[in-house]
Write a protein that binds this ligand. Structure first.
Ligand SMILES: *Cc1c(COP(=O)(O)O)cnc(C)c1O
Length: 346
């Protein structure tokens, strides 16, 4: 099995300024865009090739590839926003590149260099420029994937690797309330496991409790630590903060929690204590919120634990709303970027 994919390299042709999309109807689902970027790992040179832009489409994989058989893979997620003047900004893409490198070490994979990662992300966004929603009406969600390809029957690291970046326009994720259900039987991560990296294998194992929680009307599950079942960790793809008095706390990410880039940005904008958060703390918290690239910052309306439901402060006066405004202001170029968090790519 040679290197893949077989798609020909294509030139990006000038297209209409904006794709024909009803931007205000977008949720968080895939809208296929024009192009994707692919780099293969060259075993002889021990490095990834430069990124190649190809038509967005299906890829060829050997049935015995490492990603399909043993889940040797990682993903990332970041967004490109359009400014009022039509320019395009990325939010801290270096953080995603670093997190992918840490994940690649954990998963025994080679990783693209910082430069290659940023180059592939920029190329993908520029090639799909007409899919970046107008200012204030959503963003282009960028999904980098790193995976073991090539043939691999035995349980061992793959013989070949591919780094691929695709993108999809998404809406401003603010519809509906966030009502969490504490999951006390299924654990997302264990000490020594891969919970601290965005390994593809961390997600489908909790589809069962998540599906059950959704069937009961909840929006997401809140996981507890696997060792004691007494401390909150995070949601299915978001970090959690609780506010009591003047103190904001968030569980320490020490291997079983994914260190979020939005979470880290929030600490910078607001004083936050990183510590173990016992489940009892959610009963008398005044405000709770979640952070993640998809939702940015979102207030939690309620948390239910063993049948007991606790409700929290919502609305314009919450810290969550203020943080959301501050962060999206920087991301969309409305607020001055004093911390140098954005990268202009046009
Ligand atoms: C991606 C992810 C987050 C949020 O990370 P961001 O970098 O803020 O998007 C939180 N928890 C889990 C489990 C995740 O996969």
């Amino acid at each position: 099995m040679g290197s893949f994919p077989k798609q020909d390299q294509v030139e990006c042709k000038e297209k209409a300024e904006y794709a024909n999309v009803n931007w205000d109807e977008l949720g968080f689902a895939l809208t296929k865009t024009d192009y994707m970027c692919i780099m293969n790992f060259n075993q002889d040179e021990r490095q990834f090739s430069q990124g190649t832009i190809t038509r967005f489409g299906n890829i060829e994989l050997c049935p015995s590839s490492g990603i399909l058989n043993y889940g040797q893979g990682l993903f990332e997620g970041l967004k490109a926003y359009r400014k009022e003047d039509e320019g395009i900004l990325l939010f801290r893409p270096e953080e995603n590149a670093l997190r992918m490198k840490i994940g690649a070490d954990r998963m025994c994979m080679p990783s693209p260099t910082m430069e290659q990662f940023l180059d592939a992300v920029k190329k993908t966004v520029l090639a799909n420029k007409r899919w970046v929603p107008p200012h204030g009406r959503g963003s282009l969600y960028i999904r980098p994937l790193l995976m073991g390809t090539g043939q691999n029957l035995g349980v061992k690291p793959a013989s070949e690797y591919t780094f691929l970046v695709y993108a999809s326009p998404v809406g401003n994720y603010n519809k509906g309330e966030l009502n969490l259900m504490v999951e006390d039987k299924v654990h997302r991560a264990t000490p020594g496991g891969t919970g601290g990296v965005k390994a593809v294998t961390n997600y489908s194992p909790f589809y069962k409790p998540l599906t059950e929680a959704k069937a009961e009307g909840f929006s997401d599950v809140l996981f507890l630590d696997a060792l004691t079942g007494s401390k909150i960790e995070e949601g299915s793809a978001c970090n959690i903060f609780i506010l009591k008095g003047n103190v904001i706390s968030t569980p320490t990410a020490d291997g079983t929690i994914l260190p979020g880039i939005t979470e880290k940005a929030s600490w910078n904008l607001h004083q936050v204590e990183e510590l173990a958060v016992p489940i009892e703390e959610v009963f008398d918290a005044e405000e709770v919120f979640c952070t993640g690239t998809a939702m940015v910052v979102k207030s939690v309306a309620s948390i239910t634990y063993q049948g007991k439901r606790t409700e929290y402060k919502m609305g314009a006066e919450t810290v969550a709303q203020k943080l959301h405004a501050a962060l999206t202001g920087i991301q969309t170029g409305v607020n001055e970027d004093k911390l140098g968090w954005t990268m202009a790519i046009d």
